[in-house]
Design a protein around this ligand. Sequence first.
Ligand code: BYC
Length: 333
Amino acid sequence: MYTQAMDTKDGDDVKAVRSAEEMQLQQRFDARIDAGDFIEAKDWMPENYRKTLLRQISQHAHSEIVGMLPEGNWISRAPTLKRKTILLAKVQDEAGHGLYLYAAAETLGTSRDQMIDALHSGRAKYSSIFNYPTLTWADMGTIGWLVDGAAIMNQVPICRCSFAPYARAMIRICREESFHQRQGFEALLTMMRNGTDAQKAMVQDAVNRWWWPCLMMFGPPDDQSPNSAQSMRWGIKRVSNDELRQKFIDAAVEQAKVLGVTLPDPELRWNEEREHWDHGPIDWDEFKRVIAGDGPCNRERLSARVKAWEDGAWVREAALAHAGKQATAKEAA
Ligand code: BYC
């Protein structure tokens, strides 16, 4: 009898029972999503919802950590002590964001080591924007203004993401990103108002180089975005790629006027009917190349991360040894 029971464990009858149960769980899950409820890590969730979240949150975490590299490049060359302190704090904030996000992703059942291995082996993506070089000090201000500006536009709606650990992490991250954006704008404003002609030209050059890659941060157009429809249905994404890109452009055009810089798009034009700024075509071939690993700095970024991981092995070993000793001492007490 027992043998028979074990033989039928995966048989049709049990499968039918299991799928009926699953259907009920699925219905309850869908109803909670429709009602705008938050899903906690221990709640039942469809496997694809879990996978989608893991994909997005881990990519986001990797972006924060890789995103430290282009700016870290300028810490030792910041023009004043004040700017150096601000930049140092900003880069440390990005590390913190990465940690909150890895922690949120770990609640979905994948370890941080697995996620980091996926990044280092090139299986996991991170934001395309961090594969561009930071050539001058004006790039620091421009990253704050435009890259963090685009990040906030994309991330504020994620504070209402249906997966509660991600939404909670995003609330704190967005507050810090907002400071990052303002410090970047202020650094550029100082150069544009008080700087030499050469410094002003440096700002314009940085804006020219970062503008189009920033528009790509929002992801492919809605009609070419394979994940959007399902992610919107699940309340992971609240606003579409194109809508967020448009909101960013509308805000940036006004901010560029205050700064006195030109955005490098001759087709930027106010559209009375749409009440939005029309823009020129985005080079999606460049975007595809960059996310496929062939951007200007992909190899450099990845090898810097792998080296940092390998160089830090002794710290992880020491922390583990210390934790082990503490656990033994606790047991003995
Ligand atoms: N770069 O179907 P789609 C920061 C991929 S950190 C690379 O629209 P989805 C900061 C996409 O993953 C900024 N890949 O996808 C840090 C998908 O590939 P897979 C990071 C991109 O997920 C330090 C495929 O293209 N922010 O701000 O629905 C200093 C098709 O796209 C990109 C986040 O991670 C891209 N730009 O939407 C300063 C925010 N765009 O996975 C600042 C959270 C698309 O199917 N993430 N892909 O192989 C999101 O909101 C969404 O994941 C995206 C993409 C809007 C980015």
